[in-house]
Design a protein around this ligand. Structure first.
Ligand code: GLU
Length: 389
């Protein structure tokens, strides 16, 4: 059944991120399912022929590597996981390369770690590489560089990675293909559970729909998917979660058919610089805002002044990413601090005019300038952006 909202979301998305999970790309015996990769490639070819730019975020390296290394199951040790990722990644790229080459597309491998997002220069480099590959009509295939990631191999998942790539290249639509049909309002196999077709305002309450049964074989599981979806939609991207094993799934999505679950983007598109602050920086502390400052920052798009801060949590330097929290410590925004934590403790609750006598100088009028601040409580946000790229 065709659906107008879906058609509109799809038609307005010239750039698409298609994330494909390990459950879709591998068979039960931890071999890559080359038929499945071929079918998806044929559909991706049709999307490109219709004028879309496509980035594939492909899992499956570890799962394929398990088969190559002859392991009985997913290894628990980090070195074995990294070895599996390294061995499986070449196999994965070979499969994507061969099947997309058949329709005349070259592929390029991009392997990233969390640090490639946190570091602004690397972040811009990856973005430039993806844009340049588009110019050359080459399809970027992205995965996490599991064989060099240390903390990320256990924490990272490709749902989050795909959401960060969507923010990075300003793709209006992220398609997540996994082994499930979408989000259900109860256990997927429950007799009364129904597939939720549309989520108009994705927020944390969605997590209440997750049951233990919905955890998949990929690293993330349903909770990780929903967190990544909430991140993407609050940054201005819509997400479709659908079953990558369903026949012609990408063709159906491109026709606007009602398949899977569509999570609509919340509010206005967040500017690229703010998306980076929001999705890529790692907060090193918290600034606790009084009610007036909280309202000004969230609803009016104001900068944060020292007078509106009631407490500081953590130790951080000037320029650090910090979370702005309300008096109940719920996060309302994230931003880059113009002051280190030691100085903020000296000036909090004080007017800007008092800062010279407290610190001996006033490097900045605002503790967090609105240009470097992104509201995460999107339901009440004024989200005023800058055009900085
Ligand atoms: N990067 C992992 C792989 O290629 C997948 C991570 C995930 O399942 O989300 O095997």
């Amino acid at each position: 059944m065709r659906n107008l909202v879906r058609q509109e979301v799809f038609d307005s998305s010239r750039t698409l991120i298609i994330k494909i999970g390990s459950n879709v790309l591998t068979r039960g015996d931890d071999q890559l399912d080359e038929d499945c990769i071929r079918h998806l490639s044929e559909q991706i070819d049709r999307l490109i022929a219709a004028g879309r730019k496509v980035v594939i975020v492909s899992s499956g390296a570890v799962a394929a590597g398990i088969g190559i290394l002859g392991l009985a199951r997913s290894p628990e040790s980090l070195p074995a996981l990294q070895a599996a990722a390294a061995a499986g990644q070449t196999h994965l790229m070979k499969a994507w390369g061969e099947s997309l080459n058949r329709s005349g597309h070259a592929v390029a491998q991009i392997l990233v770690t969390v640090n490639d997002f946190r570091n602004r220069r690397r972040y811009l480099n990856v973005r430039n590489t993806i844009r340049t590959l588009f110019d050359f009509n080459v399809v970027p295939v992205v995965n996490e560089n599991d064989s060099v990631s240390i903390e990320e191999i256990t924490l990272g998942d490709n749902d989050q990675l795909a959401s960060m790539i969507a923010a990075q290249v300003a793709a209006p639509l992220l398609i997540m293909l996994s082994g499930i049909d979408g989000l259900y309002d109860g256990p997927p196999s429950g007799p009364t559970s129904k597939l939720i077709s549309l989520v108009e305002k994705p927020d944390e309450t969605l997590l209440s729909h997750v049951t233990a049964e919905q955890s998949s074989r990929g690293r993330g599981g349903m909770s990780a998917k929903l967190s990544a979806i909430i991140d993407a939609t609050s940054g201005g991207e819509s997400v479709i979660l659908a079953n990558g094993r369903a026949e012609g799934i990408l063709d159906q999505i491109s026709r606007g058919d009602q398949v899977g679950t569509l999570f609509l983007a919340a509010g206005a598109t967040v500017p690229a610089w703010k998306k980076w602050i929001r999705s890529a920086t790692r907060p090193e502390g918290k600034l606790v805002l009084d009610d007036g400052a909280c309202r000004a920052v969230v609803a009016e798009g104001s900068s944060l002044l020292a007078v509106g801060i009631s407490d500081v949590v953590g130790e951080f330097d000037q320029g650090a990413s910090v979370e702005l929290v309300n008096s109940s410590y719920s996060v309302v925004a994230r931003g880059l601090s113009n002051y280190g934590s030691v100085d903020i403790r000296k000036i909090l609750g004080r007017r800007t005019a008092q800062i010279p006598e407290l610190l001996g100088h006033v490097p900045y009028g605002e503790v967090v300038h609105r240009d470097n601040l992104v509201v995460t409580d999107v339901s009440r946000s004024a989200q005023l952006g800058t055009s900085r790229d």
